[in-house]
Design a binder for this molecule. Structure first.
Ligand code: ATP
Length: 386
């Protein structure tokens, strides 16, 4: 097992583009860390540098206190699982899984034992003599995992290992990977662009944007205390709602209505250097149906329901906010990233209400806003001021 430490790591490609900028990250022994962010943010490049598949331009990579910048991939004792699985089509499952061990000249009895052990863990025992072409996507994925496991490496590196699977299988495999990682206790770095995968799998999540780490934290920390607009908009589904707001006479004037500042917001916003024009961020669950009156207090705003979606457990209410969408570079980037079209760049607000809500499409509904869950951002820097 291994501790993996990146210190001021930068990757510059020969064409001059900088894919990863000054990344500091310490991954503890046994930890499951997820690198997440939109396409092109540098996740795979970071993983490839840890694997030794890409050179490090500047900075230091240590595995277990040893600088490994110049060590060949096979000397790093790390196993990589790719999106494509990279199975050999002419080999059986047994041969595919045993391949790295045979390459390392491990004796046949040990190879057989390790392959059979891994097959048991991965539920592949009945498939050991099949060729990859005769397996389902999920089974192939498990063979790729098995090939990594048999080596008993110091760490697993996984690059979008579930992205070729359909949605249902992805959820199943997610649970399986999570269980497997915990039972093996092997340090794992996992790349995905899917924030739901990131939030459900990892001990800690690293959010990247344009080669730069935006925030590192547990899923709960990222969700409850996003450091900036980008993290706030990227993490959470449906995404956080954003509206322009201005500070005036102890009130936050917003397209939803005027909201009084609570103590926490006052401390953040009544500093001399705080901006007067801000972006207010409210997660869907920061609203509740005021008529159900379970609330913790907070101002009530009135909205006309455009669309009501009942999910049984709760209900999503969509309504428009006058004044248009909040604008900032981060929000534009989130809106154009294909995976995240439902961000606050639209002027539509979504509230998650109790399933018992009496809200009806086309009718007004009174919503209580929990200001304790509100975030206020500086539109020019994106920084969360609250
Ligand atoms: P995706 O989710 O699309 O795989 P990513 O976050 O993994 O994206 P990387 O593959 O790490 O992103 O790429 C980061 C940036 O580096 C991108 O802008 C990409 O175009 C660029 N890049 C990657 N490989 C090279 C290369 N060999 N030469 C030049 N630029 C590259």
């Amino acid at each position: 097992m291994a501790e993996i430490v990146l210190e001021a790591v930068t990757k510059r490609f020969p064409d001059g583009s900088v894919a990863v900028k000054d990344v500091d990250l310490a991954i503890a022994d046994g930890e499951f860390v997820i690198l997440v962010g939109p396409s092109g943010c540098g996740k795979s490049t970071t993983l490839n540098m840890i694997a030794g598949l890409e050179d490090i331009t500047e900075g230091t990579l240590r595995i277990d206190d040893r600088v490994v910048n110049d060590l060949a991939p096979k000397e790093r004792d790390i196993a990589m699982v790719f999106q494509s699985y990279a199975l050999y089509p002419h080999m059986s499952v047994r041969e595919n899984m045993g391949f790295p061990l045979r390459l390392a000249k491990v004796d046949k009895a040990t190879v057989d034992r390790k392959v059979e052990e891994a097959a048991r863990v991965l539920d592949l025992t009945g498939f050991l003599d099949r060729k990859p072409a005769h397996l389902s996507g999920g089974q192939r994925q498990r063979v790729a995992m098995g090939r990594a496991i048999v080596r008993d490496p110091k760490a697993f590196l996984m690059d979008e290992p579930l992205s070729n699977l359909d949605a249902k299988l992805r959820v199943q495999m997610r649970t399986q990977i999570s269980r497997l990682q915990r039972s093996l206790g092997t340090t794992t770095v996992y790349v995905t662009h899917d924030q739901v995968e990131a939030m459900t799998l990892g001990d800690r999540v690293v959010v990247m944007r344009q080669g730069v780490i935006q925030q590192v934290g547990t899923p709960t920390e990222l969700y409850d205390m996003p450091r900036n607009l980008f993290v706030a908009g990227f993490i959470g589904s449906p995404a956080m709602n954003f509206v322009n707001a201005s500070l005036s006479g102890g009130l936050l004037r917003t397209p939803l209505g005027d909201l009084p500042l609570d103590d926490r917001m006052r401390r953040a916003l009544e500093r001399r250097d705080a901006p007067r024009e801000v972006i207010l961020g409210l997660r869907p669950e920061a609203f509740e149906d005021a008529s159900l009156a379970r609330g913790t207090g907070g101002p009530v705003v009135t909205a006309t329901v455009d669309v009501l979606e009942s999910l049984g457990s709760d209900a999503y209410v969509y309504f428009g906010a006058e004044g248009g969408p909040a604008t900032s570079a981060e929000l534009e980037e989130l809106a154009t990233d294909s995976g995240r079209r439902d961000t606050g760049a639209a002027a539509q607000i979504v509230a998650r209400l109790d399933a018992a809500t009496r809200a009806r499409e086309g009718a007004p509904v009174e919503l209580r806003v929990d200001l304790g869950k509100a975030h206020v951002f500086d539109p020019s820097t994106g920084v969360n001021l609250t």
